[in-house]
Each structure stands twice: as C-alpha cells, then as structure tokens.
Write a protein of this length. Structure first.
Length: 345
C-alpha cells in the first residue's frame, strides 16, 4: 500500500513538472503570444502617458547660465516651460563658444529632435548646420539672439532688438549734455548679437559726436574682468566720466573698481554708470541713485517659443518670421519701486 501511494505521488509530481515546463517553453517560443504581450505593454504605456513618443522632442542650445543674471533667468524660464508635463522631451546644451554650440547642434540633429532651439554665441557660421537640420526635418527656432543666415533655414526668431537697445541707451547718454564725454566701453562676448547691437550704437554716435572712447575692451559678460579693465584705466590716470557696460554684471564689476578708488558715481556724481539687462539688484542701484541708466533685455522667451511650436504642430502658418519683444530703458532720476518690482529679473 505504501509503495502504491509513493508511485501515485511520483506520477503526480511528474505530471505537474511537465505542465510547468510546457508553460514556460510556450511562453518563450510562441511569437504570437510574445507579440501580443508586447503590444499590450506598449498600449498600457501609451494610455498612461508615459510613452516619450507622445512628447515633442526639443534640443535647446543656450549660453552658459552662469554668464549673467539675465542668462540665469532665461535658462530657468526655458526649463520651467519645456517639461514632460507640458508635452516636451527637452535636452539642454550650454557654451559661450560658437564651435561648441555647433557640435551640440549637430548631435541634437543626429538624435532626431523635432525642434532645435538656438541662442547662438556668435552670429556667423551657422549655415551648414541649419541646412543639415532642414534636410533631417528638424525645425529651428532662434531665441534671444539673431544670426547671419537665410531666413528659410529657420522657422522663427524670437529676439530682443539689440540695435534698438543700444540706440536707446546712447540717445539717453546724448541727452545728458555733458561738457565732455570720456567713456570706458566694456563689451560683452565679441560677435554676439547683444555685443554687436550695444557696441554699434555707441561706436557710431561717438564718431559723429566726437566722444572720446578711453578704452574699448571685452570683459565677456564677466564682473571680475570688467573690474580689472576699469582698475587698469584708473592706475594709468586716464580721465573718464562715463562707464558704458554692456550688461549689469560688468557694470557691477566696474563700480567695484570705482569704489575701491573712492571715485563717486551715480546721479550728480563724477562718473555715469550704464548697464543692461535689468536685474532687480541693478534697478535697485538706480533707485538708490548709485547707477544712472539700465537698458531692459527681456529673458522670458519660452512662452513665445511654445506658442510658435504649437502653431507649427497644428500646421498653421506663422504671421511673422521675427518676433521682437517690447523693451525700454530706465533712468535713475525717474525709476520707481513699482518699476523695480515689475521689470527686475
């Protein structure tokens, strides 16, 4: 009886083992079941919204976010807009060098991004990579800065009018009617649209008005380099009464050199201080009469870019190729706390 019971148990175990092995083997070799399972899994991903295929893939090339307060605000604005929650799969690349940006652009195009968003370090050298983008079906949108390229190579350009920024600032300076103009001109990264626009207006007006440019040198948007430039002028004993710095950080560095040398600056003082970008702390310097002028440069461009992309995705035609944002200049004599709160970045 015991032997019979053992035999029955052995048979049962063997039968269970065959069923189990058969189930495993069928799962591994049946292409129809495997395909069905994969399809169900993909559908579940799609239904749950986790599939990246539903997202618009963008590659964003920008200048170094640590370059200035303006750039930090610009980068933050872009990162808050181009998220998966807003329907985007975004990758970012940063450089102040044109060749490094071009390399990043080529990689984004190879990766098959739907849109290449570009704030170029330099205005030239982009034709070849933009032609590659067009051939690969990658749409290009410029932001913050213009480039020297045929308009057919990009969908839209969302920019500040850098030439107008410079001219507005220079017109303000001319209106100050100084008995003489001895200007320290601190430039941004050479070749950038911001540098060209802000430098061009001063260079042209200085020639026509007979203004003296004591020194004209790039500090590459950097406060420490700007301080060194001004300190060098002070050490030489050269006469100056205007500092025209092409961003707030460089103006801040210039003022540090003035303070170190106990040179008075601001409204009614020995040296006029001019900056650009409208950082909140810079506008507060105007409010306190320590600086004289600050030119606005709007960093909040992501909503403009998003609107362009959504129109293109719907197959709509854009009404304008170049979208210029409204900007203004602020005078220390007229700025208010409301201006600081509203326009400070």
């Amino acid at each position: 009886m015991k032997r019979k019971l053992i035999s029955m148990l052995l048979v049962a175990c063997m039968s269970f083992g065959l069923v189990a092995c058969g189930s495993t083997e069928e799962s591994g070799t049946s292409s129809s079941n495997s395909s069905s399972s994969s399809s169900s899994s993909q559908k579940a991903d799609s239904d749950s919204g986790s599939s990246s295929g539903d997202l618009i893939k963008v590659g964003i090339i920008n200048n170094d976010p640590n370059e200035s307060g303006y750039r930090t605000a610009n980068d933050k604005d872009l990162k808050e807009k181009f998220t998966k929650e807003n329907g985007y799969d975004a990758s970012f690349a940063y450089s102040l060098k044109n060749d490094e940006q071009i390399t990043a652009a080529q990689k984004f195009i190879q990766d098959g991004v739907d849109y290449l968003l570009l704030s170029a370090a330099d205005t030239s050298g982009w034709d070849s990579v933009l032609k590659d983008a067009k051939e690969q079906g990658t749409r290009v949108i410029l932001f913050d800065r213009t480039i020297d390229a045929d308009e057919s190579l990009y969908e839209a350009s969302i920019v500040s009018d850098m030439d107008k920024e410079g001219q507005t600032a220079v017109d303000w300076l001319k209106e100050q009617k100084l008995s003489e103009y001895n200007i320290i001109h601190i430039q941004g990264v050479m070749g950038s649209a911001a540098q060209q626009g802000r430098s061009g207006a001063l260079t042209d007006t200085a020639k026509t008005e007979g203004w003296n440019i004591v020194v004209e040198q790039t500090a590459e948007w950097n406060a420490e380099k700007a301080q060194q430039i001004v300190q060098s002028v002070i050490d030489k004993g050269d006469k100056f009464n205007v500092i025209y710095a092409e961003n707030d950080d460089m103006a801040k560095g210039a003022v540090a050199a003035l303070d170190k040398a106990n040179i008075a600056h601001g409204v009614g003082k020995d040296v006029i201080v001019m900056g650009f970008d409208c950082n909140k702390w810079a506008l507060e310097e105007l409010l306190n009469k320590n600086w004289n002028y600050d030119g606005q440069c709007n960093p909040f461009q992501s909503s403009y870019i998003d609107e362009v992309i959504q129109k293109l995705e719907k197959g709509e035609t854009l009404s304008e190729k170049t979208i210029v944002m409204d900007e203004k200049g602020f005078d220390a004599s007229t700025i208010t706390q409301e201006d600081v709160d509203q326009y400070g970045i």
